[in-house]
Ligand binder design. Structure first.
Ligand SMILES: Nc1ncnc2c1ncn2[C@@H]1O[C@H](COP(=O)(O)OP(=O)(O)OP(=O)(O)O)[C@@H](O)[C@H]1O
Length: 308
């Protein structure tokens, strides 16, 4: 990865090349209480310019995976590579957006100062920082509040600031960890559209973790469905929906309905302990009944299938 600020600023991934390579990733936590195998064996690739979503049951190991990807945790086995370089610590070309925007923004800094901070740390010259901050705030629809403090803004606006901060940094890949879980449904829909828009306009590579099955299909080109702990990939689901998406048309597309039923089914199987790496899984009668039961509106919020 280049350490030249100008080159980094001008960076655009070559679409279709490998951006993130995860090979045989395994993570075991060792503690006084014993060993916990969080991730058993994950292998997948995210290509430059792709939008990949990850869903899985609660406790599957999504946070552990993101920590390994971002170099905050060392894998027990296997490797994570970003643009061909093995990740051994937080990579310069990666930015993250978390669910807890209130904790990720500094309350004593203005909106503009929050967005500027990582640019300072990256060594971007002062003369370039102002325009980049302004462009990022403009991109997320917050051009008019640079001097406000985060706590003066709504939750959705604060998450926009966090997104602007990540975008201004011009990451090679952006990881988003359940970023919209704490905002209301309408704001969430707006932020989903914002992410799709930024992804298109800026040519971002995005890995998006969510509990919301509908959200994963609405946003993603692929959805990686994780098994329960210790995690393996249940299925790498290709989302064959038109690239132009909107909340009404896309969610009413029969293919959307087919995909959400399929991903829902996979997550339900994962919750019941089904694992593709254990061929001897034998469902109980109740589980077989569950497989036949069509998903209903009572199964979750939003449009029916809800959360993993
Ligand atoms: N530091 C740790 N020490 C021991 N076990 C841990 C540690 N961190 C996580 N675990 C365990 O590893 C497993 C995976 O945890 P992780 O937080 O990665 O799952 P998750 O999919 O992000 O969960 P959720 O969906 O609830 O946010 C869990 O069983 C958890 O208890």
């Amino acid at each position: 990865m280049s350490s030249n600020t100008t080159a980094e600023t001008a960076y655009r991934p070559v679409a279709g090349t490998d951006m993130l390579d995860v090979t045989g990733l395994n993570k075991v936590y060792h503690s006084a209480a014993g060993d916990t195998e969080a991730i058993r064996d994950l292998t997948f690739t995210v290509k430059a310019g792709e939008m990949v979503c990850i869903v899985g049951p609660s406790g599957a190991g999504k946070t552990t995976l993101l920590r390994c990807l971002s170099g905050l945790l060392a894998p027990t086995h296997g490797t994570v590579s970003l643009e061909g370089q093995v990740v051994k610590g937080p990579p310069k070309g990666m930015a993250m957006v978390f669910q807890e925007y209130a904790r990720s923004l500094f309350p004593w800094l203005t909106v503009a100062q929050n967005v500027e901070l990582p640019l300072k740390e990256k060594g971007v010259p002062k003369a370039q920082r102002g325009p980049k901050v302004a462009a990022a705030l403009e991109a997320v629809g917050l051009a008019d509040v640079p001097r406000s403090y985060p706590w003066q803004l709504s939750g959705g606006m604060q998450q926009r600031v966090a997104i602007a901060r990540a975008v201004a940094y011009e990451p090679h890949i952006l990881l988003m960890d359940e970023p919209f879980a704490a905002v209301d449904a309408q704001t969430r829909a707006d932020l989903e559209d914002l992410v799709r828009d930024l992804w298109h306009r800026l040519g971002l590579t995005l890995l998006f973790v969510t509990h919301d099955i509908d959200e994963s299909i609405y946003l993603g080109q692929r959805v990686l469905v994780l098994s329960g702990r210790p995690t393996v990939i249940m299925e790498d689901v290709v989302v064959n929906l038109p690239d132009e998406r909107d909340q009404l048309t896309t969610r009413n597309d029969p293919e959307f309905a087919r995909l959400r039923a399929h991903v829902y089914d996979l997550v339900q199987k994962a919750k019941r302990g089904h694992r593709p790496d254990e061929e001897m899984f034998v469902p109980t009668a109740a589980e077989r009944e569950g497989d036949r039961r069509p998903p209903t509106a009572g199964d979750g919020p939003m449009a029916g299938l809800g959360t993993a």
